[in-house]
Design a binder for this molecule. Structure first.
Ligand SMILES: [Zn+2]
Length: 189
């Protein structure tokens, strides 16, 4: 049996603004557990005597602060604002009104937005924030139901959005045929 050491604030509950009494988390000698939200953390043997849960896995939400801007049309790529809105791709402008950054959202297999890839237009640089691992859905995959017959593979997010325009014609031509788009994210980071 595990021995109850003390109670402290649950990191998960506190993020939701709950557990202000700071006693939801029951800390045992081997693990800690929140009976309110189910948060569970097992201490590894090396830290058995370390009752402070300083190494609790905290989900990194800081990408949400970076994910800003408007669904501004990308005129150079002939991609319309509606397409960006569909893909939830946000665009930041610089002080001169030029497109400075693109933020491409990524979704996990549960369909929740979990990270972004940002393109710095001038430097042609990419970086990821939050969870952008290959366990995620492919870029744009959340928009399409599985089981279609057409597969469109694109090298990058911009190509994927450009392809959307062609797909609209495709859908009209094929009428009732469902179109599946699988968009392969480019390997560059
Ligand atoms: Zn909790």
């Amino acid at each position: 049996m595990s021995e109850l050491i003390h109670r402290e604030q649950c990191p998960q509950c506190s993020k939701k603004g709950e557990d202000n009494k700071k006693d939801n988390l029951a800390v045992y000698d081997t693990h800690s557990h929140c009976y309110k939200c189910g948060y569970h953390f097992v201490f590894n043997s090396a830290k058995k005597n370390n009752f402070r849960t300083s190494k609790t896995p905290v989900q990194d939400d800081t990408w949400k602060e970076e994910y800003k801007g408007e669904y501004h049309p990308l005129t150079d790529r002939r991609i319309r604002g509606e397409t960006l809105e569909k893909y939830k791709v946000k665009v930041e402008l610089d002080s001169d009104g030029n497109v400075a950054k693109h933020h491409y959202p990524y979704y996990n297999q549960d369909g929740d937005m979990c990270g972004i890839k940002t393109r710095i237009v001038k430097k042609k640089k990419f970086f990821g924030k939050g969870i952008t691992s290959k366990d995620n859905k492919l870029f744009g995959q959340q928009l399409y139901k599985p089981g279609g017959i057409t597969l469109t593979i694109c090298e990058g997010e911009l190509d994927a959005m450009s392809a959307t325009k062609c797909l609209v014609t495709n859908i009209i031509l094929c009428q009732s045929i469902m179109v599946l788009t699988v968009l392969i994210i480019s390997k560059q980071t």
